[in-house]
Design a protein around this ligand. Structure first.
Ligand code: BEZ
Length: 210
C-alpha cells in the first residue's frame, strides 16, 4: 500500500554521493526532504537539482536536510553533477542516493508502472523529526517541481506542528493564520491573548505566532 501521511518513513541504508547512510540516523533530530527524479542526464531533472542546490541555504535555515534519489549508479550521479554545475551554476550540495537496485524506490512506491515501469516519478516526502511523513507530492516526469512552493509548505508544516493554527490558501510566512476549529474560544484566549478576528464562528484569523 502507498505510504500515507502520518506513516513512519521507512528506514534504509543506501550509497549516496556523500557516502553510505542509514536514513533515520542521517535525518537526526531535524526535518528531511527525500525526493526522487526519473533519470540522470535528463533536462528537467538537471534544472531541478540545480535549483535545489541554490535553495540549500533556505532548507538549512529551516533545519531541513535534503536528499535526492534516482535509479542510476553513483558514477553517473557524480558525472552528471558537472553538467548541473555547467547549466545552472550550482552543483548538488546535498547527497544523491544511487538506487540501482530500486530498493528505496520500492519502499517509497516511487515507481508508478502505468507511467513508466523502470524510472522513478518525481516524488517528494517531507519527514518530521519524529520520522513520520508530513507531506507527499507526486509529479510526472514532464513537469519540474516548484521548490519555492516546497519551502512554503515546510513553513506551514513547521508552524502548525508548534501552534494550534492552520494556514489558509496561498499563505506565506509572516501572514495571518487560522485558529484550529478544535480550540475553544476560552482556550484560544489563553494562547492568543492579543485576540483574533472572527469572520465566521469556525473561521478565526490571528497574527502568525512567533
Ligand atoms: C527530464 O528530466 O527532462 C525527463 C526525465 C524523464 C522523462 C522525461 C523527462
Amino acid at each position: 500500500m502507498a505510504l500515507q501521511l502520518g506513516d513512519e518513513a521507512p528506514d534504509f541504508t543506501a550509497d549516496t554521493t556523500e557516502g553510505k547512510i542509514q536514513f533515520h540516523n542521517w535525518i537526526g533530530n531535524g526535518w528531511a526532504v527525500l525526493f526522487s527524479h526519473p533519470k540522470d542526464f535528463t533536462p528537467v531533472c538537471t534544472t531541478e537539482l540545480g535549483r535545489v542546490a541554490q535553495l540549500k541555504p533556505e532548507f538549512d535555515k529551516r533545519g531541513v536536510k535534503v536528499i535526492g534519489l534516482s535509479v542510476d549508479p553513483l558514477g553517473s550521479h557524480k558525472e552528471w553533477s558537472k553538467d548541473i554545475q555547467d547549466v545552472t551554476g550550482s552543483s548538488p550540495n546535498f547527497p544523491l542516493i544511487a538506487d540501482s537496485d530500486r530498493k528505496v524506490a520500492s519502499l517509497y512506491n516511487m515507481i508508478h508502472p502505468n507511467a513508466n515501469d523502470t524510472l522513478t516519478v518525481r516524488s517528494v516526502f517531507v519527514i518530521g523529526p519524529d520520522k513520520k511523513i508530513k507531506l507527499t507530492l507526486t509529479y510526472p516526469a514532464s513537469t519540474g517541481r516548484n521548490f519555492d512552493e516546497l519551502l512554503r509548505v515546510i513553513d506551514s508544516l513547521q508552524l502548525t506542528a508548534k501552534h494550534k493554527v492552520a494556514t489558509p490558501s496561498d499563505w506565506k510566512h509572516g501572514q495571518d493564520v487560522i485558529i484550529v476549529p478544535s480550540l475553544s474560544d476560552d482556550d484560544a484566549k489563553k494562547q492568543f491573548p492579543a485576540g483574533w478576528k472572527t469572520l465566521k464562528p469556525y473561521l478565526r484569523v490571528v497574527s502568525q505566532p512567533k
